[in-house]
Design a protein around this ligand. Structure first.
Ligand code: NOJ
Length: 675
């Protein structure tokens, strides 16, 4: 029988042996060039040196929403989190988290800076690709699975950026101004789930302000909500250089000032001296850091000592398999006129492939830019993979890079089918100016579509884009930023070796203006983009399209399959305070396929909620003619709204309609339950 001592007890014993300078050294980082494995500082985002006298290991911190990043070599470049969310597959997400956590540990990384759970409020957000879309329920499910996977390893996951970070314009100074109910119902739930359900080891506070208070200095949201209400006993770490005053942040609930700060040590020490920073506060901060380190196994399972870890190749075939599966399952088929897809051309036909992301031998198109960017020198390009796959079917592939519409049209005109790859390039620190495809790609698509009636557009985008050419093309596939298995995944989907298994985690609008944040006060914000006014309130994403009866281009939850599904036999049952919903899904097409039936709740009018809100989903794989029964339990919280009088979750008594469908705009079964 092995005995264990509680992490808090171990932390307090160690704390008792620490001097003030030992303690202060644990509350901020030093330059990453000091990290033993860093190559000239590359490979880590932050570094807290070890304390050999007290056997406290170093803390190395590294970005990780799409794989182990910050210039590390030999790690797997996974699909972007928006693609991960499009799988609606928490089981697979857990495998992805486990793979990233394992690679991190092999690289000597202790703290992984992910997942990013900021809700997609603004489609132009430059970090749209880096999080799980517009719905708090789906985002929570993906975040919990990801963190569970990461923390199966001796690695601390970090949920970020608390509490809100909805745009990149003026990200260091913008105040995101929103009401209490919106914060509780839309933006906080994934953080709550990360803390309560996944027991995340760290929370990162955001750069900006919320209601004119710096997030890393917010005593209410960090102190009262996170510490007291959610009883979070782990590390609160600042975003990089987001700490304006270490003593003020410490008093509000921050523990770890990142990335470096001699100033934090000096000001905290001066505060202790002057009696404005209490020794108890410092002890509390150190306890938070040590407790997560003990709890997640950083003391007991140090990474294997190795030479040249920075250069080590830690990606495994199994990890690449997960990356491929996520890329395939996350690919969303948006349009498929005349069943142009999957490609079944017959031998000796020609496929014209067009566009930079198809042929570029760089990893520029497989991930988004900024801290989440993972190098992918061995990414398989769509052109390579399609050429190989087409050869098997005895077909040929021709290519135009898409810089010249006329040249692209000429290649397309002499082919049987044309596949145009189009991209946007989202990156941290900048919002997109608008939702148009950049670099004249709309003109290229139009020219190709004119030249070939069997034109398919594959989008490598981090979020919604406008599609002025939608009526002119036969098919559209959203492949997001697909990670290093890019070509392999898209070739499998286009040829039907794999299902396009994804469903949209975010609404695609018809224009730059028919969307929830179209007023400049909302985005980029009033007062020269210093104040983002969340006047849409809880009507974020599909909630707004439903509430305002605005037609989207493609709705939340949407995605076609290569087969067809029928939903039947809805049964709603109340057992105690639990509500279970059962229905059958049948594959009544001719191919095996995947579906993601979704359950939405429509609350009684007294709750003043949007017309529908996601409260359950299940991914199902079915052979032709196969039927399965899906059973979903609606979480109690889904029936409640945030009551701003009592400051608590409240269930409005009345009739709740239960809507089951294949997207938020394709409801197939209806039932109800009273609460
Ligand atoms: C700033 C980003 O906002 C954050 O997400 C990231 O973890 C840090 N930089 C460290 O790279």
């Amino acid at each position: 029988m092995s005995k264990t001592v509680r992490p808090t007890v171990r932390a307090s014993k160690l704390l008792a042996a620490m001097s003030t300078s030992d303690k202060l050294a644990l509350l901020t980082g030093v330059d990453t060039t000091a990290a033993p494995y860093a190559d000239g500082g590359a490979g880590y985002a932050g570094y807290v040196p070890p304390n050999p006298r007290l056997c406290i290991p170093a803390l190395t911190l590294n970005d990780g929403p799409a794989g182990v990043a910050d210039g590390q070599l030999g790690t797997t470049a996974f699909p972007a989190p928006i693609a991960q969310a499009a799988t609606w597959d928490p089981g697979l997400e857990q495998s992805l988290g486990a793979a990233i956590g394992w690679e991190a540990w092999q690289k000597g990384i202790d703290v992984l800076l992910g997942p990013n759970v900021n809700i997609a409020r603004v489609p132009e957000n430059g970090r749209n690709f880096e999080a799980f879309g517009e719905d708090p329920f789906l985002s929570s499910a993906m975040a919990v699975a990801d963190i569970d996977g990461i923390q199966q390893n001796p690695v601390i996951a970090t949920v970020k950026h608390y509490p809100v970070n909805s745009e990149e314009t003026n990200r260091y100074s913008i105040s995101e101004n929103l009401d209490e109910r919106t914060l509780r119902e839309i933006y906080l739930p994934p953080f709550v789930a990360a803390v309560k359900d996944a027991k995340v080891g760290a929370v990162m506070c955001a750069y900006g302000l919320v209601n004119i208070v710096y997030s890393c200095q917010d005593a209410n949201l960090m102190g009262t909500v996170l510490r007291k209400e959610l009883r979070f006993g782990g590390i609160v770490v600042s975003d990089w250089n987001a700490t304006r005053s270490a003593p003020a942040s410490a008093a509000a609930g921050l523990d770890l000032v990142m990335p470096t700060s001699a100033n934090a040590v000096t000001t905290l020490a001066a505060g202790i001296e002057a009696g404005t920073v209490t020794p108890q506060l410092i002890d509390q901060m150190v306890t938070h850091v040590l407790t997560s380190m003990f709890r997640l196994g950083l003391f007991d399972h140090p990474p294997p000592p190795r030479q040249n870890v920075y250069l080590a190749h830690v990606s495994t075939p199994a990890d690449e398999g997960v990356a491929l599966q996520v890329a395939e399952e996350g690919t969303v088929l948006l349009k498929n006129a005349g069943n142009t897809l999957p490609l079944h051309l017959g031998a000796h036909k020609t496929i014209a492939v067009v566009g930079a992301p198809a042929g570029a031998a760089t990893s520029a198109f497989v991930g988004g830019g900024g801290s989440a960017y993972v190098t992918a020198p061995n990414a398989i390009t769509p052109l390579q993979a399609l050429t190989t796959r087409a050869a098997k079917a005895k077909d040929d592939v021709t290519y135009a890079d898409g810089t010249d519409p006329a040249a692209a049209a000429a290649v397309a005109a002499s082919a049987d089918v044309a596949v145009v790859f189009a991209y946007d390039q989202e990156r941290e620190g900048y919002d997109r100016a608008d939702l148009e495809l950049p670099a004249g790609q709309d003109q290229v698509i139009e020219a190709v579509a004119k030249a070939n009636p069997h034109t398919i557009v594959v989008l490598d985008t981090g979020g919604p884009v406008l599609m002025p050419w939608l009526d002119q093309v036969a098919g559209v596939v959203e492949a997001w930023y697909p990670g290093e298995e890019d070509g392999t995944a898209i070739a499998a989907v286009l040829f039907g070796d794999a299902e396009p298994g994804g469903r949209l985690p975010q609404t695609f609008p018809t224009s730059d203006t028919a969307l929830p944040t179209s007023s400049p006060d909302q985005w980029p914000g009033a007062d020269d983009a210093q104040d983002a006014i969340f006047s849409e309130g809880i009507d974020v994403g599909y909630r707004w399209y439903d509430a305002t009866k605005t037609a989207p281009l493609f709705p939340f939850g949407f995605g076609l399959s290569y087969t067809r599904f029928r939903y039947r036999h809805l049964k709603v049952k109340t057992v105690g305070s639990n509500v279970t919903v059962k229905f059958t899904v049948e594959n009544d097409g001719r191919r095996a396929g995947t579906d993601v039936p979704q359950l939405y709740l429509d609350d009684p009018a007294a709750a003043h909620e949007p017309p529908k809100q996601l409260a359950g989903f299940q991914r199902v794989d079915l052979q032709p003619d196969e039927t399965t029964t899906v059973m979903l339990t609606i979480p109690k919280r889904s029936f409640a709204y945030w009551n701003t009088t009592t400051h608590a979750w409240t269930v409005a008594p009345g009739l709740y309609r239960i809507l089951v469908g294949s997207s938020s705009r394709d409801i197939r079964l209806r039932g109800f339950v009273r609460r």
